[in-house]
Every structure is written in structure tokens, then in C-alpha cells.
Design a protein around this ligand. Structure first.
Ligand SMILES: Cc1cc2nc3c(=O)[nH]c(=O)nc-3n(C[C@H](O)[C@H](O)[C@H](O)COP(=O)(O)OP(=O)(O)OC[C@H]3O[C@@H](n4cnc5c(N)ncnc54)[C@H](O)[C@@H]3O)c2cc1C
Length: 270
């Protein structure tokens, strides 16, 4: 439970963080809220030689209305997302999903960027990001680039963010419909989801699933059914279609398929 020895390098700005990443390459790891990285370091599943702390880069912590989209800085804490009036009005699914992350201590420390960059299929916010069809802004040595949420999660605990880059901003289109819902099935309050789902209706509906694959995934066939006006039963019946949920000590594949259908129907009907 004690991390391997590492050097600690605090960064005060995005530019300083990028320059430290350029200097130390794949020996370095970014630290935001530390709520996923530090447990991994304690278990020695991550052994970075250098930890670049971006937790004090305040200008990457904001929620701004930019017209058609809401822009969220990568270092915005879960608690700020949960309590944001802008998000409650324009992307209520995301604000509500953030209220389901861990407990108040976790939400006061963890950041939306850290949650997305950790790329854990069991995390709640990636599903909401998929459902809202967000775009992610990644900054690197040659400037900024954008990636859709569909392309962001590349493998188990892997994302599009390269070793010399950092996620800086999340751009979320304003919700155009009334219908949205987040459902999380866990054994005890504040546990991680055994299965979860984030559902948003409107012009371009989205359904993001928690713990239904090796990455955060979209329930594409159910989304198509939602788009074509199918009933909530018909949409829910397709919630696991094309997905390969894992089997672990909390539930096997068929149990997760069963849960996915029930949760998507609840999210649509509530
Ligand atoms: C007790 C406990 C319970 C939890 N329960 C839940 C839960 O129910 N649901 C849930 O979804 N999550 C849960 N979490 C995880 C929590 O949401 C974390 O806050 C989140 O996963 C990581 O955010 P962080 O800011 O702490 O990132 P960190 O741990 O600092 O970083 C995570 C990873 O992302 C990288 N990274 C961080 N920021 C950036 C960036 N801007 N650009 C590029 N890379 C970056 C880091 O290098 C690291 O690899 C829980 C955590 C704990 C400790």
C-alpha cells in the first residue's frame, strides 16, 4: 500500500504541465484529484518516476455557457458539475450523473478530466459524456485538437490522450429534449456501479453504458430505436445488443445484460 518512489513536480499552468510532460516523457504521469491515480500507485499498478501535479491549474476549472455548447474545464471537480446551475439547466443529465460519483469526499476532490482520462468502464461520467455526445479538447506540444466522445475511449483504462498531452476542455451540446435519466445499480450506496446507464433524448439521442464492456460504451442499437420513436420497452430490449459485458465477482455477463435492459427502461420511464 506504499507507492514506489517518485519525484513530485507541481505545475502552475497548462504550458508548464506540457513542458514537464515533454521533459519526462512516459516516465511522467499527471495528477489531478488523485482519486484514481494514487490508489493505482499504492497498489503498484502505476509506478511513474515523476508525478506532475496539475491540481492547482485554476484556469482549467470552469463551467461556461458558449451558446450551443457548455464548456467545462478538465479540472472542474465532480461537486462543481453536480451543483452547476448552467448544467442543471442545459445538460441536466451530466449534473445528475456527477451526484452519483462516490461520496462527498470523492466529489470534492475528483475532477471530470481525471475521470474521463482514467478511462474506466465502471465510471459514471464517461457514460454521460457518451450520451450527451460531447467533444473533448486535448492540448499537446503542437496545439489543441478535438476528439469526439466516440473516439476518446480506446481500450481498458486507455484513451486518446497521448503521453505528451493533457485533456483541457469538454464541450457538451445543450440538451434539446426533455427526456433524460441516469440509473446506477450497486450493492451499497456509494459503491461503483455493477451496471449503469446514462440516457438523453432529443434530436440526437444518446445512451452511454457503465460496466458493459472493456471501455465506456454506447448502446448504439438502442439509440437507433429511441431515435426512430420506439417504445421504452423496445428501446430497453436492445440495451445490451452488440455489447460484451464482463463477468466478475459482482455479476456475470447474463446478469449484466438483464440489468442493462431494466436500467435503460427505468431511465426512459422515470
Ligand atoms: C473511494 C472512491 C470511490 C469512488 N467512486 C466512484 C464512483 O462511484 N463512480 C465513479 O465514476 N468514480 C468513482 N471514483 C473515482 C473518482 O471519480 C475519481 O475522481 C476519478 O476517476 C479520477 O479523477 P481524479 O481527478 O481524481 O484523477 P487522478 O486520479 O488524478 O487521475 C486519473 C488518471 O487520469 C490522468 N489525468 C488526470 N487529469 C488529466 C488531464 N487533464 N489530462 C490528461 N490526463 C489526466 C492521470 O494521469 C491518471 O492517469 C471513486 C474514487 C474513490 C477513491
Amino acid at each position: 500500500m506504499i507507492p514506489a518512489k517518485f519525484d513530485y513536480k507541481p505545475a502552475q499552468s497548462k504550458e508548464e504541465a506540457l513542458s514537464l510532460l515533454a521533459e519526462y516523457g512516459d516516465d511522467a504521469k499527471l495528477l489531478a484529484g488523485g482519486h484514481s491515480l494514487l490508489p493505482l500507485m499504492k497498489l503498484r499498478l502505476a509506478t511513474p518516476e515523476v508525478v506532475v501535479d496539475i491540481g492547482s491549474v485554476d484556469d482549467l476549472s470552469y463551467i461556461t455557457d458558449k451558446g450551443d455548447v457548455i464548456a467545462i474545464g478538465a479540472l472542474t471537480k465532480h461537486r462543481q458539475v453536480e451543483q452547476s446551475d448552467i448544467l442543471k439547466e442545459h445538460v441536466p443529465l451530466l449534473a445528475h450523473s456527477a451526484s452519483h460519483v462516490g461520496d462527498p469526499q470523492v466529489r470534492n476532490r475528483g475532477t471530470i478530466g481525471g475521470s474521463l482520462c482514467h478511462g474506466d468502464p465502471a465510471s459514471d461520467l464517461p457514460a454521460a459524456i457518451l450520451a450527451t455526445r460531447a467533444t473533448l479538447v486535448i492540448s499537446g506540444p503542437s496545439g489543441d485538437r478535438t476528439v469526439t466522445s466516440d473516439d476518446f475511449f480506446t481500450d481498458f483504462w486507455e484513451t486518446e490522450v497521448k503521453e505528451d498531452e493533457l485533456l483541457t476542455e469538454i464541450l457538451i451540446p445543450k440538451c434539446t429534449g426533455e427526456k433524460w435519466g441516469f440509473q446506477k445499480f450497486n450493492r451499497r450506496a456509494q459503491d461503483w456501479a455493477i451496471v449503469g446507464c446514462a440516457v438523453q433524448g432529443g434530436d440526437n439521442p444518446g445512451i452511454g453504458m457503465v460496466n458493459m464492456g472493456s471501455t465506456p460504451v454506447r448502446a448504439a442499437e438502442a439509440e437507433n430505436a429511441l431515435r426512430s420513436g420506439s417504445s421504452s420497452e423496445e428501446v430497453a430490449e436492445l440495451a445490451d445488443s452488440g455489447l460484451t459485458p464482463p463477468t466478475d465477482i459482482h455479476g456475470n455477463e447474463s446478469y449484466r445484460r438483464h440489468l442493462a435492459k431494466i436500467l435503460v427502461q427505468r431511465a426512459l420511464d422515470n
